[in-house]
Design a protein around this ligand. Structure first.
Ligand SMILES: *Cc1c(COP(=O)(O)O)cnc(C)c1O
Length: 384
């Protein structure tokens, strides 16, 4: 199987880097010359540029998306004794961020068609300790800003967005990161905007929150050797910021390419509706930045998902599952007290989803090949 020629990789970053490689090398050289590796000039530049791209006032670079959530929540005043509503079908880092902030994650269900946080389930989880809601703009589609604000207003909650998969996503005229008190982004290499290593950012319109994250990321020191709080060491490297400065101007174009690829998939996959195979619903048209393109299989197909993936792999097509086990059923989080059956939509989706190749530069012929082979595999599996 390992000898199979990969015709459609799950992701290919070299396509986006090749045309800008020289510029990136020059930017790296510049940092080496200046030697300002920690909290340097390129970082300050990137913080301003990325915040502006999101339509917010402040950006504070941190070491990862996980830290962006942990430090961002802390800066919003969330910590011990506070409950934070989080969808169960997210990458585990969302939950880790809440726990590192000192708060308690309260896991809630998702909508079956969009895979985004389900507000009815969230409403049922409200207690006197609920302090915030942490929506995840999953796969690159934003949670509806109006619904989110209504919900937060009703229950008097802080909104902190997990925008790690949604750089420059838009819905109802608002960009990811601009809805709530603050938001966390990740620049993990395979994200829509990725560094050459780890990285993250907290964005906010609130200067006090920005200042607080600036202090927390730098040993809790608002100025050198003066420590007003228990901080940590979590900065976005100047080198990574210099690379991201070169990549940022291409981000809209890359997102558009993802959106266009998704439209080609949507159209090509329509005949598979008769086989009960559906793309995760897009309610934000061009505002969806398709970090991932995810489809939902019927229950029978879902039981053979591993085999379907293996057959596709043998045909040179790589797929993924994002994510196979909902957070509330992960061994490390048993202590939170959830059981199988508690969050049925998230549990069902985890078993039924399949992520198809998606990246800027994915060719039409590759999408056609994925669709053609997927259809074959699915028809034969449904018949058997
Ligand atoms: C990637 C990701 C994170 C964490 O980002 P890191 O930079 O890997 O720490 C958090 N939440 C979601 C939804 C993500 O996809």
């Amino acid at each position: 199987m390992t000898s199979t020629l990969v015709k459609v990789p799950f992701v290919d970053l070299s396509i986006q880097h090749q045309p800008i490689q020289t510029k990136i090398e020059q930017a790296i050289d510049q940092v080496i010359k200046q030697g300002d590796f920690i909290l340097g000039e390129a970082l300050a530049e990137f913080e301003v540029a990325f915040a502006a791209a999101c339509g917010v006032s402040y950006g504070v670079g941190v070491a990862s998306g996980t830290d962006a959530i942990a430090l961002g929540l802390q800066a919003c005043g969330i910590g011990k004794g506070d409950e934070v509503l989080v969808p169960a079908n997210t990458f585990i880092a969302t939950i880790i961020g809440v726990i590192y902030a000192g708060a308690t994650p309260v896991l809630v269900d998702c909508d079956y068609e969009t895979a985004l946080i389900d507000f009815e389930s969230a409403a049922k989880a409200i207690t006197p300790q609920t302090k915030a809601i942490l929506p995840v703009h999953l796969y690159g589609q934003m949670v509806s800003p109006s619904q989110l604000k209504d919900f937060a207003d009703t229950y008097n909650l802080i909104i902190f967005e997990d925008a790690a998969q949604a750089h420059l996503a838009e819905r109802e005229g608002i960009r990811a990161g601009a809805i709530g008190s603050a938001a966390g982004f990740s620049f993990y290499p395979s994200k829509n905007l990725g560094a050459f290593g780890s990285g993250g950012m907290v964005v906010t319109n609130n200067q006090a929150i920005a200042d607080k994250v600036r202090s927390l990321r730098n040993y809790g020191a608002p100025r050198k050797y003066f420590h007003t709080e228990l901080g940590t060491n979590s900065r976005l490297d100047t080198l990574q910021a210099a690379i991201l400065n070169i990549k940022l101007p291409s981000l809209s174009e890359w997102n558009l390419a993802r959106n266009k690829a998704a439209q080609v998939y949507d159209l090509a996959l329509q005949p598979l509706e008769t086989q009960e195979v559906f793309p995760i619903k897009n309610y934000s048209q061009f505002g969806h930045v398709y970090h991932l393109y995810v489809i939902r299989l019927n229950q029978k197909l879902a039981q053979h998902r591993e085999k379907i993936q293996q057959q596709l792999q043998e045909l040179g097509i790589q797929t993924g599952i994002h994510y196979p086990i909902p957070c509330h059923l992960q061994p490390a989080y048993r202590y939170l007290g959830y059981q199988l059956g508690d969050l049925p939509q998230a549990e069902a989706l985890c078993e039924q989803i399949l992520s198809l190749p998606m990246y800027p530069g994915l060719a039409q012929e590759q999408i056609a090949l994925v669709n053609e082979q997927l259809a074959k595999v699915i028809y034969s599996c449904n018949k058997s």
